[in-house]
Design a protein around this ligand. Structure first.
Ligand SMILES: Nc1ncnc2c1ncn2[C@@H]1O[C@H](COP(=O)(O)OP(=O)(O)OP(=O)(O)O)[C@@H](O)[C@H]1O
Ligand SMILES: [Mg+2]
Length: 454
């Protein structure tokens, strides 16, 4: 027994021992009984102290288990306390431990859920620590920036936004252009946290890729500028001739005839441009819906070729058509006729005077191009060809290799853009092959009707 316990036992026994000593001194009780009562009091005090110590020990252990959330150990060590009141404290501790454990489980589940949400967010999200260091990055951020994360954070505009957020404690937004790992435009949002997040994070950085939207915005702006420019040129010319006809050429019959001819040409050019724009927007509108008719490409090619006879004759060109009957594809007959028409139109317009234009339609089984069965419709000319640098941009709206020549031939620069959109709608592929000085081949692959089956 420790000194503390001995002292406690003596303190408990002090009052009864003092009483019997007084009684014995006064002679009211004999020495023998007085000693027996004193000894019994000290022994009773020792037992009470032992029980007390044992219960306190139990409570201490129970509190330790409760703090550690170990309800199983709490139940295992449940030797019920014996002193009055200690039992109630024991029940309270057990209840508290159970509540704490349940809260702990709830918190773990909640934090797991929020981690899963952050991890799966489609936008890259980075948690910054107190030194602006990367504390955590979700899957999108790891995929988008990989090992370049630190380099991204060094971007001066982004750093400035982070510093502003740190100083002012308010959300900051910045538009940045990132050169690594590949060029893209990103909208960065910095959300500072004070007090910090549970994991010590001081700010969240959301980096949303806006490249697609920005490209679309630029394309839309370019498109409006290009379309207006294309319409303004013939319109200005028309207005000039109207002025001339009203003034200097008012009485000149011959000049009037000539000017009216040019005006009709310009008006026709505007009409062609508007027709092409309308047709492009119609194709774009139903581009998501793949066509489902079965089209006989050979018959279609014969029809289109026949329509070009007068224009071929104008340029002393020959046309050779190879189209085995019964070559069928899945498509929209009018749109496929338009594809062939635009390709042959280019071959006639830009091909060699007195040259040869070849149209070929043939079924293909698969590899090398492309991997599935279908048919390829190709138009080849033996003209000047197209320099390689232009090939990738040829199907952009209003893109022309030789602007002057295209305009002089009445071109609007939309023919191949229309071809590309129709081919896209057909889930087909367009391949442009050209060699300067030798000629060009435009091939369109279209899926076979069986491809529709599933
Ligand atoms: N077979 C070809 N040979 C040489 N250059 C070509 C050929 N086909 C197209 N090009 C070049 O590609 C450019 C774009 O062709 P596209 O058909 O889109 O427009 P366009 O012929 O100028 O006008 P549109 O077809 O609207 O009347 C042309 O301006 C021309 O410079
Ligand atoms: Mg064209």
């Amino acid at each position: 027994m420790t000194t503390g316990r001995v002292l406690c036992a003596l303190a408990l026994a002090a009052a009864p021992v003092l009483c019997v000593v007084v009684l014995a001194v006064a002679g009211w009780i004999g020495l023998g009984p007085a000693l027996a009562v004193a000894a019994a009091s000290i022994a009773g005090g020792a037992v009470a102290v032992k029980l007390w110590a044992r219960d306190l020990q139990w409570l201490e252990t129970a509190l330790r288990h409760a703090a550690a959330g170990d309800t199983a150990a709490l139940a295992r060590d449940a030797a019920a306390p014996m002193l009055p009141g200690a039992g109630r404290i024991a029940v309270g501790i057990e209840r508290l431990a159970r509540t704490l454990a349940a809260r702990g489980e709830e918190l773990t589940a909640l934090s797991r859920a929020s981690e899963a949400i952050v991890e799966r967010l489609p936008d890259p999200l980075i948690v910054l620590g107190p030194q602006r260091e990367v504390r955590r990055a979700n899957a999108a951020a790891r995929e988008a920036f990989g090992t370049e994360m630190a380099a991204v954070l060094r971007h001066p505009v982004l750093r400035e936004a982070i510093e502003r957020a740190w100083r002012g404690g308010e959300t900051q937004v910045a538009e940045i252009r990132l050169p690594v790992p590949n060029e893209r435009e990103v909208a960065a949002t910095v959300l500072p946290f004070d007090p910090p997040l549970a994991d010590g994070g001081r700010a969240i950085l959301v980096l949303s890729d806006r490249s697609r939207e920005r490209t679309l915005e630029r394309m839309r702006a370019d498109f409006v500028a290009n379309a207006s420019h294309e319409l303004r040129t013939p319109l200005t010319s028309l207005m000039g001739f109207v002025e001339t006809l009203r003034g200097p050429a008012m009485d000149d019959r011959q000049a009037q005839e000539r000017f009216l001819g040019i005006m009709a040409e310009q008006a026709q050019r505007m009409a062609n441009l508007i027709d092409d724009l309308l047709s492009l927007s119609r194709i774009e509108m139903n581009e998501r819906q793949a066509p489902s008719e079965v089209v006989d490409l050979a018959a279609l090619a014969e029809r289109v070729a026949a329509g070009f006879e007068p224009r071929l004759a104008e340029r002393a060109m020959r046309l050779e058509l190879t189209a085995p009957g019964g070559t069928k594809v899945l498509g929209d007959a009018d749109q496929l006729a338009q594809v062939l028409q635009n390709l042959v139109d280019n071959a006639v317009k830009y091909g060699r005077e007195g040259g040869l234009v070849r149209i070929s339609v043939q079924p293909v089984d698969g590899p090398p191009w492309p991997a599935r069965p279908g048919a390829v419709m190709a138009v080849t000319d033996d003209g000047p060809g197209i320099p390689r640098v232009h090939l990738a941009r040829l199907t952009e709206r209003f893109y022309r290799v030789d602007k002057g020549r295209s305009r002089a031939a009445g071109g609007t620069g939309l023919g191949l853009a229309i071809v590309k959109h129709i081919v896209n709608r057909h889930r087909g592929q367009l391949l442009i092959d050209s060699e300067e000085g030798k000629g060009s081949t435009f091939s369109v692959w279209l899926p076979a009707p069986e491809a529709k089956a599933p």
